[in-house]
Design a binder for this molecule. Structure first.
Ligand code: HEM
Length: 384
């Protein structure tokens, strides 16, 4: 038997199993293909437009974004804030640079802490406390206080806000009292799993797009066709489903930007036997040879951006040859939401800018074991 997947923050937050089960439940219920995130899509589109205007803006002359990592983690952070806080001071919060930066850098901050050897666990604990008393804790306290006040004033007439925060409040309330420490941990974990994963994916797609002008014409035509169908100023799910060429391009790019090996599991029974008879003894770590499954250029295959068009093979559909979101019982439940955001972001970028890598150079992902080193190449934006 192989171990279940554990989230990297498990050791840091030190919460019992039920904590992570609740978190997965929230993601499954709110962000599966049939999830409720339809109610969030307009908010996300507003947040994306604000981010693009603020961070990229008008580019009458070519503008070089030197640190795409920073710009796109802030953009995704703004999206995530808009769905976590939903109805709470949303306009104020999604323009609050301090909270956006805290959300955007949280994952890299935590990842740095997780690199400490276990013997330094006591430092984990003190850093965790530092996290949990930081800005997020304070801002959440203010919002919860306001919600409690409204609840007490309105009594039975009070209707709970529909947002992710309120869902986590329900999991953190006992005897009518909200455990703010627990609530903060839920939010930290939610940010950890959703911000950097999605911003890394969008950057890799932009690197591929910027270096491959042969795809621009068809992607722009598809973009224009969809924009002609948008009626009330916001794209709906039907519009997004029609971005089939973009979806295929996104899928191929994400596939290319996976480490060579990964999705590690550990043998916890006496031994594990593969279908070909190969046996792995207890306590050994097993990594999949992802490049081979995905057929990337690391094993001599060519990037083929439109290969999935018309094949009933969207970027969210998992298979033996496509595992960026894992597979099986613990496959990523947030992938529908991630791809939804990615397609929206690409939609707004493609229609406004010509995007290129420096000298239209193809940028290659660099694997270091089962990690990818974050590329730090610039992207150049110019108004169309
Ligand atoms: C492009 C963005 C994303 C990528 C590439 C990604 C990838 C993954 C991978 C590889 C796993 C582990 C699967 C396994 O080991 O079998 C995972 C698990 C998970 N992901 Fe994502 N993810 C992304 C975005 C998100 C988002 C936006 C959310 C939340 C809204 C999310 C929530 C989760 C959760 C809760 C798990 C744990 C599932 C479980 O253990 O049952 N992910 N993700």
């Amino acid at each position: 038997m192989l171990t279940d997947v554990t989230l990297p923050t498990d050791s840091l937050l030190g919460r019992p199993k039920i904590f992570f089960e609740n978190l997965i439940k929230v993601v499954q219920e709110n962000f599966s293909s049939t999830g409720r995130y339809t109610i969030y899509t307009n908010k996300i589109q507003d947040a994306i437009k604000i981010s693009i205007n603020k961070s990229i803006g008008e580019c009458k002359d070519p503008k070089c974004i030197k640190f795409p990592q920073k710009v796109f983690s802030q953009l995704i952070a703004r999206n995530i804030i808009s769905i976590i806080l939903g109805e709470a001071n949303i306009n104020h919060m999604i323009c609050d640079d301090e909270i956006i930066n805290t959300f955007a850098s949280l994952t890299s901050d935590i990842t740095r802490v997780l690199k400490f050897p276990p013997i330094l666990n006591f430092i984990h604990k003190s850093i965790q406390r530092q996290f949990t008393i930081n800005l997020i804790f304070e801002r959440l306290s203010q919002i919860i206080e306001q919600r409690e006040h409204e609840k007490n004033t309105l009594g039975d007439a009070w209707t709970p806000p529909i947002d992710i925060l309120q869902t986590f409040v329900n999991f953190s309330t006992e005897d009518n009292s909200v455990d703010l420490q627990l609530l903060t941990d839920y939010i930290i974990e939610f940010i950890f799993i959703s911000v950097q994963t999605t911003s890394d994916a969008i950057i890799s797609i932009l690197y591929e797009y910027g270096a491959r002008p042969e795809y621009w014409k068809e992607l722009l035509e598809e973009n224009e066709m969809i924009s002609n169908e948008v009626i009330v100023g916001y794209l709906d799910f039907n519009n997004i489903d029609k971005m089939v060429k973009l979806d295929s391009f996104v899928k191929e790019s994400i596939k290319y930007w996976m480490p060579c090996v990964g999705l590690q599991r550990k043998t916890i029974s006496d031994h594990f036997t593969f279908s070909n008879g190969y046996q792995v003894p207890k306590d050994r770590n097993i990594n999949l040879y992802i490049a081979n499954l995905h057929g990337t250029d690391q094993i001599g295959c060519k990037f083929d951006g439109f290969q999935y068009v018309g094949k009933d093979s969207p970027a969210t559909k998992l298979g033996e040859e496509y595992i960026p979101f894992g597979r099986g019982r613990h496959a990523c439940p947030g992938r529908f939401f991630a791809i939804h955001q990615i397609k929206l972001i690409m939609y707004f970028i493609i229609r406004k800018y010509k995007v290129t890598t420096m000298n239209r150079r193809i940028i290659k992902p660099i694997s270091a074991g089962h990690f990818l080193l974050s590329p730090s190449d610039e992207l150049i934006f110019e108004n169309l």
